[in-house]
Ligand binder design. Structure first.
Ligand code: 4AD
Ligand code: MG
Length: 465
């Protein structure tokens, strides 16, 4: 029978049973005594399993001694307790079958040594064979499963929001155009420019920057909902925390206010941190040892502690009086730069911090205005090492206030008819937030660059296939 590596290493197969494990060779070592030790990984856990292969096997000379890193194999063997330290069980091989050879081991891109992350990015299709990408993808999977579980357990419905849209949720003009035009026969305007106004079956359309506006309509009917899907930003930001295509988790809650969703964000983060600590200790131990010596401890600390909640206005005062020289000076009214966010999270509190009530003029049109006339009920969660991981707000549910804002910001009112309807027919206070999923994965694993926590990164000038 077949077993995955994790099943054997976790003791799910009885000692003395014979099983077949299939995967890829990580290393081969031959001893003088005429046996070979082959480590095989299959992605089911961090560790590879060791198979002890005796020279008596019929294909020992012809095949086993030619195995190199990356070859795909099926190894049949008897499960025995391992003598080696750090390994629970191993296989006494009784048969080795080779599925696929590595054409030329000297040029196999994933040779067993430490590669730079930049190098691995050029081999996005092969890097999941490495320890580091395998570990990232297992943690990423655990995080996404835990997010769905958290919302499910708390009575939220998962709503799929569209990817093709006509509205610019953030109003930042960072949308990718979607076109059905025959590119060889693009219509031209009178002045000879390409006319995109009818490019999506007669209307202009884009890839969504956020599912929020759509999910709001479901919150205003089904009460507690969330969307979790890909979003796109045509922002030419070549940084370690921006992607052109990333996944966002966006809960939206009817009858909730800013404090409700600030606490929802805190509870959700604690829940998913706990899940990773419990379910992926092998991968987290690797990140702790290789990437960042604090990753485990900082998650453990946060599962129990209350997050610091602070007003933007107080944060500005702290930044102005902290004695640190920033590249971008701070004063009330500015949008916080990554250096400010990181100072607050890393040096001021040493943990994620929730900032609330930002100036109205630096935030999106849909955020609910506070009574002071100059701030909105917005909140961001800032994390050490990366800065903003969550952005959210109470939504402006008063039609007259919303209309005034749309006009002040010169937004095309006709695009927001559906959004205005929600305020015309049984409007309710509601609030929600967006969690940048890759930023969460980067924070949890300690990985430095967001391009290394998504299977195939899309970013300005990066390799894309
Ligand atoms: O702050 P943002 O732009 O907020 C929204 O889109 C709201 N509509 C969300 C809502 O309230 N439902 O984006 C939310 C989060 C950010 O905090 C950040 O973590 C992530 O999305 N994000 C990015 N992640 C990777 N690459 C980018 N270019 C990102 N832009 C935003
Ligand atoms: Mg934001």
């Amino acid at each position: 029978s077949y077993a995955s590596v994790v099943d054997v290493l976790a003791g799910k197969v009885a000692v003395d049973d014979t099983v077949t494990v299939r995967g890829w060779v990580r290393t081969r070592r031959d001893s003088k005594a005429g046996i070979s030790f082959i480590n095989v990984h299959d992605g089911s856990c961090f560790d590879a399993i060791q198979a002890v292969v005796p020279a008596e096997l019929p294909n020992y000379q012809s095949e086993v001694l030619k195995l190199t890193t990356g070859c795909s194999v099926a190894i049949t063997g008897i499960v025995v307790e391992s003598q080696g330290k750090g390994q629970s069980y191993e296989l006494q091989a009784t048969g080795v079958k080779v599925y696929g050879w590595v054409e030329d081991p000297d040029i196999y891109p994933m040779a067993p040594k430490r590669h730079s992350m930049e190098y691995l990015r050029e081999y996005a299709h092969l890097r999941p064979r490495t320890n580091v990408t395998g570990a990232v993808m297992r943690v990423r999977n655990t995080l996404s499963q835990a997010i769905h579980r958290f919302f499910h357990e708390h009575g939220y419905l998962w709503v799929s929001t569209p990817i093709i849209t006509t509205s610019d949720c953030e109003g930042a003009g960072e949308m990718f155009r979607v076109s059905t035009l025959d590119l060889l026969n693009v219509p031209k305007t009178e002045t000879g420019e390409v006319d995109f106004s009818e490019d999506f079956f007669g209307k202009e359309a884009f890839l969504t920057v956020s599912g929020q506006l759509n999910v709001e309509s479901y919150a205003c009917s089904l009460s507690k909902v969330y969307t979790f899907g890909p979003t796109f930003r045509a922002e030419n930001s070549n940084t370690s925390r921006h992607l052109s295509e990333f996944w966002m988790v966006e809960p939206e809650v009817a009858f909730a206010d800013l404090n409700d969703i600030a606490h929802l964000a805190e509870d959700m983060l604690k829940y998913v941190f706990k899940a990773v600590l419990e379910e992926r200790p092998d991968d987290m131990a690797f990140f702790q040892q290789r990437i960042n010596s604090e990753v485990i401890e900082r998650l453990e600390k946060m599962v129990d502690a209350d997050f610091v909640h602070m007003d933007y206005t107080d944060a500005i005062e702290i930044l102005q009086n902290c004695g640190k020289k920033f590249e971008y000076p701070v004063e009330w009214g500015v949008d916080l730069q990554s250096e400010h966010e990181r100072y607050l999270a890393e040096e001021h509190v040493g943990a994620p911090i929730i900032l609330k009530n930002y100036p109205r003029d630096i935030k999106a049109f849909y955020m609910r205005q506070n009574d002071d006339g100059k701030t909105v009920a917005a909140m961001d969660v800032l994390a050490p090492g990366i800065g903003e991981i969550i952005g959210g707000s109470a939504r402006e549910e008063r039609l007259d206030v919303l209309d005034k804002r749309i006009e002040e910001m010169n937004l095309p009112a006709e695009e927001y008819g559906f959004y205005r309807d929600l305020r015309r027919y049984g409007s309710v206070p509601h609030a929600g937030f967006g969690l940048g999923f890759e930023r969460l994965v980067a924070y949890v694993t300690g990985m430095q660059n967001i391009r290394d926590v998504i299977p195939f990164p899309r970013a300005p000038k990066s390799a894309q296939f």
